[in-house]
Structure formats: C-alpha cells, structure tokens
Ligand binder design. Structure first.
Ligand code: ADP
Length: 669
C-alpha cells in the first residue's frame, strides 16, 4: 500500500463527502446542508429552509423520537458523536432512509453549540433489511410448524437448520434444542421414519433428474417434549439450497380435525349400529336398487348374506299385484315426498311370501334422495286377526247352535213328558170309568205301559248323553281300558238289537274277517258307540233296507263299519254331523226324533280310544260310518275280558237290555 500523509488522505476523503455534509448551529437553530443532500431528496435550494424546524418537519413521525434521543445524547454531553437513522420526506417519492453521522463542538462552558456531519442514503439497505424482517415475521407467525433440515448424502436425516416459533410452541423444545436435534427425532412412529427415509433416498437417487418437485404429503404423529402426541399433516419438499440438500417441512396441527373425525366416526358407527339392530327391517335403495339392508331386513327376506340382496331391484321382492303401487311410492320418495305406510305381500329369497308393513321415507343424499324403508313382518299378526275373526264366527255359530239345542231339548223333553202325562191321564180316566170292571183298564194298561216305559227311556237317554258330553268336556268321563275281544263286543251288541230291526223289516248283518281280535278298549263305551250308530241306522232306514256291521283286522287298526241303505246325508252336511247339536234336518222339519248330540258323543268316545271316525254317504243310497281303533293292548294284563262272561250274569244281562232300550228309545216299535 502506498504510504501517504494523513492530512492528504483526509483531504481526499473530505473531497468525496463534501457533497453530503450538513451543519447545525444549536444556538440559532440554523442549518447548512450540502447541495448533494438537498438534490438527493429531489429538492432544490429554493424548496428548503435552512433551519432545524424545517428539516424536522420532513422527518417521518415514527422516527422523530429516535432522532430526538440521538440529538439529546449529544446536547446533554453524554457523547460527542451523533448518529441516527431516520426517514425523511422526499419531494416526489415518499420517504428515503437517511443515516446521519456527526460530531459536536462545545464552548468553553462545555456546552454543545455546533454539530456537523454527513448524510448517507441507506434506503436500499433498509429495504433489504425490511424484507428479511418481513420473511422472518412471516416465518415465525405462520400458524403451521416449519422445519428446515439438512439431508445427508445417503438420504439419512441431518440436523434441523431452521425452526419457526410455532414449532417451539407446539412441540415444547426451544429453538436451540431443535438445532441440536436430528430431524427424525420428532416422530412418534418409528415405522413412519422408515418410509420417510426411503422417500429421501429415492429422491437423492434420482438427483440427476433435479431435486425440485419432490413433494410428499402424509399424516403422522409427532412426539412432543412432554411425551404427548401431536397429530400433524405434513407437506414436505426436498431441494438444494446454497449447494446443500435440504428438507422443508410444513406441518399442520390436525388434533382438532382428528378429534372431530373420531367423534364423527363414533357417531357414524353408533348410527350404523342403531340401524343394524333396529327392531324393523331397514332397506335403503337408490333408483330402485337396494344399496343397504340391515340384519333384521336380511332375516325378514330370509337371506344369509347381504350379497343375496344388495344391488338387486327392490321390485324383485315385491309380489306382482303390489309392484305398480310400489313403483309409484318409489318415484314419490326419490323425489323427496313422504308416503303413507302400506301393507304389501313380499317375497323371501326362497320364494315364500310374507306380509310386510312398509314405512318409507326420502333420505337426503349428496345430489338426490334415497329411499329408506322400514319393514315389519305382520304375517303372524294378520293370521291371528283372521283366526280371531274365525273364532268369533265360531263362537257366534256355537251360540246359535246352543239356542237351537235348547229349543231342540225342550222339544225332546216335552214330547216324552206329554206322552207320559197323556198316558197317565188316559189310564186314570179308564180306571175311574171302569166301575169295578178292571178288564178294559188292564187292556189299556198293557198297551200304555210300554209307551210310558219307552218315553222314560227317551228322557233317560237324552239326560245320559248330556251328562256324558259334559263329563267329556270337563275331562271327567272315566275310561275303563282293558283288553277285550273287540269282535265279540261288537257282535253281541249288534245281535242285541235284532228285535228292533226285525220289527222295522230291516235286514241286520254282522260280518268279520277274524274270529277273535283282542285290543285295548273300554267295552261299555264301544257298546255306546255301536248302539248309537245302529240306532241312527235304524232310525234313517226304511223297511226292507239292510244294515251291515263289519269288523276287520287291518294289522295296525281294527276297522268297525256300520253301513245302512237309509236316506243318506247331503254332502254339505257331512262335515258337520259330528259337531255338537247338529242335525241334518231343522227342529221343525225332522223326520226322526233325536237331539243332535249322539254323533258328537260317538266321535268323542272314539277319540278317547285314540281312534278316528269318518262317514261316507250318498243321499237316497245310504250311509257308512267307519271307525278305526288302534291295534294295541294294555300292558301287564295277561287276561282279557270276555263280554260273554258278563252276559252269564242275569243282572248284567238285564242291565244290558236296559241300555239297549235306552239307546233305542227314540225308535218306535
Ligand atoms: P240325533 O240324535 O239327532 O240322531 P246324531 O248326532 O246321532 O243326532 O245325528 C246327527 C244327524 O246326522 C241326525 O240328525 C241325522 O240327520 C244325521 N244322521 C246320523 N246318522 C245317520 C244315518 N245313518 N243316516 C242318515 N242320517 C244320519
């Protein structure tokens, strides 16, 4: 370096800056400003006033305080040097940043009386400093975490280079702590760091292609300094900065979003559960195609899995007569209108039909309306209503029959009673008029005693039947099961009515395909059954007719049939004659006497044997009553009762004849 004299050097520098100097007389307030300064602000000499008030009026209001402080320091003698940066108003372009440097001159009393110095235009520098500050403000005030970290040559993470304030606030580390940490230390999930590392490696591997545009977005949990978790959404980019590979991460706190999402997910799950377990079948459809069906819906339709139902047209499950109304409802619903609840026949997947009560409503979707239907299976309910209706009808019918029965019974009771009274009156008057000659009385007595006896039997039969039916109804009819030869029981009782058939000119035939068949039965009840059937056959068969009683052994059953060539029973009445109080002819038009309870008692007694009875009949040709009794024996009984044993006994025989007389009391000799 050339060695030159200091005074020469100073004069050279002074020459350069003379154009930028200023002076200020603190006593008078006068100023003296170099042309260069005035011009650099766009003014001319004529625009300015050389005093401190003028210059102060040009200073930016925000900088006045700073400037005053700088002056005061010198005026108060705290420093000899003056230095200040401030903005000063230019003539045309707003404010310019000026840096003023000066030195004070003091009088003998050590009071500052004069300042002189120079101005430098520092606007450009200030602007640069401003934008840097602006970026820093932005960097630190942004609501997201921002990290800048280095990336090693092999793709492994380097240390943090820059972190913003939000990073320190949210993660709890200080800036310094961050700058000493490796950038992968903040991730809670180590697995995640691996995928991220892979990304970095791939980017570096492809470095030749250029590093720009390597963005990576993902959601991850960060580990805060206090050990808690912060879920964030990361946008990251790897690029070259000043020749180094760096990684810029912008992370957004998504804990609120996750909370809302979790809540939403819980609500959605709960709603789904509610719909799944809804006590009605729920079906959702779009443009008539099923898109959802709940558990009960599947059960109603009889499907095992949703695949059997989903994506199928709703109409597939609607029975044809209901399809038209179903389409109308669907159009209304998918247009956003409500419809009334409807009942319709629906198909199950196996083709069976059930009655569904369907409530449907529109359900708003993104751009349109979906249809939601709640379905209840009311088949059973409907059946019950129908059954109740039938039951009610039966009760009404039963009541009607009861009324009819009572009028019938009254007739049945009155007729034999009238005959009895008339016979007694007649005998009485014959006796009174006999005047000691009893011959005519004895003649009349012999004639009427039989009529009286027969009518007493009629009354007894009626009362017996009523008592037995009542006992059967209340479960008190005693069944006396023993092993008997059924062929003999039936044959004996058949033969015991021969007198009656002969009397009426009817041929009575007994036939069997087996001589002896021992089964478990109550012989008294079998007698009642056969006598009842025979008395009907005789009642409804004219003379010259035939009555056949046939016993057949059919392996599992014993069949007893009572067949006549009588008047027969009309088809429509065949189904009701076994019902209580039923007679084919109405009370006033009857061809024969009877109360209409005989066959119902017969049926009940056959069923008490676990047997069955049916009738085949043709009007004008005749009727056949067929009884099937199970071919079983009473256990632990070695002997069986022979009905003939009973008949040996004189008393028993009398009783038996009496029973026949009672059962046949409504048949006139
Ligand atoms: P009833 O005491 O009136 O004979 P039943 O219960 O024994 O009552 O019979 C019911 C009805 O069935 C009779 O009133 C009669 O109309 C009809 N019926 C029963 N047996 C015969 C038969 N063998 N032939 C024609 N009709 C019969």
């Amino acid at each position: 370096m050339l060695k030159i004299d200091k005074s020469l050097k100073d004069s050279l520098i002074a020459d350069c800056i003379t154009n930028l100097t200023w002076e200020y007389d603190l006593i008078t307030g006068e100023t003296n400003t170099a042309e260069g300064v005035i011009n650099s602000l766009g003014y001319s000499r004529f625009d300015i006033k050389e005093n401190i008030s003028f210059w102060t009026s040009l200073v930016h209001p925000d900088d006045i305080e700073n400037l005053s402080k700088a002056f005061n320091k010198v005026i108060e003698g705290k420093s000899d040097y003056f230095s200040a940066q401030y903005r000063i108003k230019t003539k045309y372009n707003g404010y310019k940043w000026i840096k003023s440097e000066g030195k004070a001159l003091k009088n003998n009393e050590n009071k500052t009386i004069y300042l002189a110095g120079f101005h430098i235009n520092i606007t450009t520098a200030k602007q640069a400093e401003g934008s840097e500050q602006k970026y820093e403000t932005l960097f630190n005030n942004v609501n997201d975490i921002i990290f800048l970290s280095s990336v090693n040559e092999d793709g492994t993470p380097g240390k943090f280079l820059e972190v913003n304030n939000m990073a320190t606030t949210l993660l709890g580390y200080s800036k310094n702590e961050f700058l000493n940490m490796f950038s992968d230390a903040i991730y809670a999930d180590k697995e995640y760091s691996k995928t991220y590392l892979l990304f970095c490696k791939e980017v570096l591997h492809d470095k030749k292609k250029g590093l720009n545009g390597n963005y990576y977005n993902f959601e991850v949990n960060l580990l805060k300094k206090d050990g808690t978790i912060l879920p964030v959404e990361i946008n990251t980019n790897i690029f070259e900065l000043d020749g180094k590979v760096v990684n810029l991460c912008v992370m957004r706190d998504i804990s609120e979003r996750i909370k809302v999402e979790t809540k939403l997910r819980a609500i959605t799950k709960r709603n789904k559960e509610i719909v799944e377990h809804f006590p009605l079948g729920v079906v959702i459809y779009e443009e008539g195609i099923i898109t959802y069906v709940n558990k009960l819906g599947l059960k109603l339709i009889g499907a095992k899995s949703t695949e059997e139902v989903l994506n199928r047209p709703m109409l597939d499950f609607v029975v044809p007569p209901y399809r038209e109304i179903s389409i109308e409802r669907q159009i209304l619903i998918e247009s956003g209108y409500n419809v009334d609840c409807a009942e319709m026949d629906l198909y199950r997947v196996d083709g069976n039909i059930f009655i569904g009560e369907v409530y449907s409503a529109p359900m708003a979707s993104k751009n349109n309306f979906l249809g939601i239907s709640y379905i209840r299976d009311i088949t059973e309910q409907k059946k019950m209503i129908e059954e109740n209706k039938n039951l009610l009808e039966q009760i009404i019918e039963y009541d009607r029959l009861k009324t009819e029965f009572f009028s019938n019974i009254s007739h049945e009771l009155r007729t034999p009673l009238n005959i009895l009274i008339t016979s007694i009156q007649l005998l009485n008057s014959i006796y009174n008029n006999s005047k000691g000659d009893l011959n005519s009385f004895i003649e009349a007595f012999e004639k009427y005693i039989d009529i009286m006896k027969q009518n007493c039997y009629r009354l007894l039969k009626l009362i017996n039947n009523i008592i037995d039916l009542t006992r059967l109804d209340s479960g008190f009819l005693q069944m006396n099961f023993e092993n008997h030869n059924i062929v003999e029981v039936v044959e004996n009782i058949t033969l015991s009515v021969v007198d009656y058939t002969k009397n009426k000119g009817i041929d009575l035939i007994f036939d069997t395909n087996v001589e002896e068949k021992i089964i478990c039965c109550d012989d008294d009840k079998i007698e009642r059954i056969i006598l009842n059937l025979l008395s009907n056959a005789i009642k409804y068969t004219k003379s010259n007719g035939t009555i056949e009683v046939i016993v057949k052994d059919l392996d599992n059953n014993v069949q007893i049939s009572v067949k006549d060539t009588g008047c027969g029973i009309p088809d429509k009445k065949l189904g009701v004659i076994f019902e209580r109080f039923r007679q084919v002819d109405e009370v006033l038009t009857r061809r024969a006497e009877g109360s209409g309870i005989g066959l119902s008692l017969v049926k009940a007694l056959v069923e008490a044997h676990n047997g069955s009875i049916e009738v085949h009949s043709t009007v004008g040709v005749g009727s056949e009553f067929i009884i099937l009794l199970p071919n079983i024996l009473v256990k632990n009984t070695e002997t069986y009762h022979n009905p003939l044993d009973n008949i040996d006994d004189e008393d028993q025989l009398k009783k038996k004849v009496e029973r026949v007389n009672i059962e046949f009391s409504d048949i006139y000799h």
